[in-house]
Design a protein around this ligand. Structure first.
Ligand code: ACO
Length: 331
C-alpha cells in the first residue's frame, strides 16, 4: 500500500503585527494578563482586502516549491478553514482559481482547530487507496475581522490570529515513511461551549440590524471548560495514536500540538511526561490561528531543522465541536 508523505510544507502570515500593547488601546487588558494566561506576545492580522484563499495561496506556493512540484501536479485540494472568502462557495474553490488548475476537485473541511488533521486523515485514505498521488492540504484562517475588539470581547479577542499553512502530500512506496496513523473524534454535546452563534439560519431573516447591536454575533467560549477538556483530550488522543502504531512516546522526536494556549501545551507536555524541548510552540508570535496552527508549526519546525527526514512527529488538535484528533508521521 502507498504511504502519504509530506513532500513540501510552507506557511504564510500577514505582515501586520498586533502586539498585546496594541490591544491595550482598544480594550481593558494588559500585556501581563495575556502573556501569563496564554503565552501570546503578538499575532498577525490581515489588512483590508486580504482573503483566506489569498493567505493559503502564498503558503501553497512555498510548499510547492519545497516539494519541487507545480500547481498542475495537484490532483485534489483539501481546504481546512472556519471561513471562506465569501459566505459560499468554500475557500478551496477560490484557492483553486488562484492556482489556475480548473477541474481539479476541491473540498472544504470545517472542523475548526481540528480541520488540518481531519484533512490529513482524508488525504491519507485517498493516497492509500491509490485514488490520488498528489494532494494539497491547507489550513487557512482569518479570525481578526470577526472579533469583538471592545472590553466585552476581550477574553476571545486576545487569543486569535490570522495565517495559513500548506502541505503537499504525495504517495510513496517507502513503507518506512509517511503517515503512520490518524485518529479522529468529535462530541457534539459541547457545541455551545465554543461557538459562533449568529448570524444563524434558525432566524428569519438570518441577520437583522438588531443582531448587530448584541454580542451574540461574536465567537463565545467557556474558557475554563474548554481548558479542562483540552488538557485531557490532547494526551489521550496522542496515546491512542501511539498505541495503535505500537510506538512509545520516547520514540517521538517532536510533538506538534494545535496552538490553543501555551498553558494548555505545557499541561499536555507534563501529562505526556516530555520536556517542552520536545514540544513545538510558536503561539507567542501568532496566537491561535485555528486550522492553520499545525501546518504553520510544521513549516517553521522544518525550516529550523527540528524536523528532518526519519523523525517521528506526533500531531494533535482539540477545538470547537468539540473535535479532537491526532496523527503520527514519520517524516
Ligand atoms: N484581559 C484582562 N482580563 C481579562 C481578559 C483579558 N483579555 N479576559 C478575561 N479577563 C478577566 C475576566 O473578566 C475575569 O475577571 P473577573 O474575575 O473580574 O470576572 C478574569 O479575567 C478571569 O477570567 P477567566 O475567564 O476565569 O480567566 P482564565 O484564567 O480562565 O483565563 C483563558 C481565560 C485564557 C481564555 C482560559 O480560560 C483558557 O486558556 N481557556 C482555554 C481555552 C483556549 O485557549 N481556547 C482557545 C480557543 S479553543 C482551542 O483552540 C482549543
Amino acid at each position: 500500500m502507498k504511504r502519504t508523505i509530506f513532500a513540501g510544507i510552507g506557511h504564510y502570515v500577514p505582515e501586520k503585527v498586533i502586539t498585546n500593547s496594541d490591544l491595550e488601546k482598544w480594550m481593558d487588558t494588559t500585556d501581563e494578563w495575556i502573556q501569563e494566561r496564554t503565552g501570546i506576545k503578538e499575532r498577525r492580522w490581515v489588512k483590508e482586502g486580504q482573503t483566506v484563499s489569498g493567505l493559503a495561496f502564498e503558503a501553497t506556493k512555498i510548499a510547492l516549491q519545497r516539494a519541487q512540484l507545480a500547481p498542475q501536479d495537484i490532483e485534489f485540494i483539501i481546504f481546512a478553514s472556519m471561513e471562506s472568502d465569501v459566505v459560499f462557495p468554500g475557500g478551496g474553490c477560490f484557492l483553486q482559481q488562484k492556482l489556475e488548475i480548473p477541474g481539479v476537485p476541491s473540498m472544504d473541511i470545517r472542523n475548526q482547530c481540528s480541520g488540518f488533521l481531519y484533512g490529513l486523515a482524508v488525504a491519507d485514505q485517498f493516497i492509500k487507496t491509490g485514488m490520488y498521488k498528489t494532494i494539497l492540504l491547507v489550513g487557512s484562517e482569518i479570525q481578526s475581522t470577526g472579533l469583538d475588539l471592545t472590553t466585552r470581547g476581550r477574553d476571545m479577542a486576545v487569543l486569535f490570529g490570522d495565517g495559513a499553512g500548506a502541505a503537499v502530500l504525495t504517495a510513496s512506496n517507502d513503507a518506512d515513511r509517511g503517515v503512520i496513523v490518524t485518529k479522529l473524534h468529535a462530541d457534539g454535546r459541547f457545541t455551545d461551549k465554543l461557538w459562533g452563534e449568529w448570524p444563524s439560519i434558525t432566524h428569519h431573516p438570518r441577520i437583522t440590524a438588531e443582531m448587530l447591536e448584541t454580542d451574540r454575533i461574536y465567537p463565545k467560549m467557556e474558557g475554563r471548560y474548554v481548558f479542562k477538556h483540552a488538557v485531557t483530550r490532547f494526551p489521550e488522543v496522542i496515546h491512542e495514536a501511539l498505541n495503535e502504531a505500537g510506538y512509545s512516546i520516547d520514540q517521538v522526536d517532536l510533538v506538534v500540538p494545535h496552538q490553543a494556549n501555551l498553558r494548555i501545551t505545557e499541561a499536555v507536555a507534563q501529562r505526556l511526561g516530555v520536556g517542552m524541548d520536545k514540544v513545538y510552540s510558536n503561539i507567542h508570535k501568532y496566537g491561535n490561528t485555528t486550522a492553520a496552527t499545525i501546518p504553520i508549526c510544521l513549516s517553521e519546525a522544518w525550516e529550523e531543522g527540528r524536523i528532518k527526514q526519519g523523525n517521528v512527529v506526533a500531531l494533535a488538535s482539540f477545538g470547537s465541536g468539540f473535535t479532537w484528533a491526532s496523527s503520527l508521521v514519520k517524516w
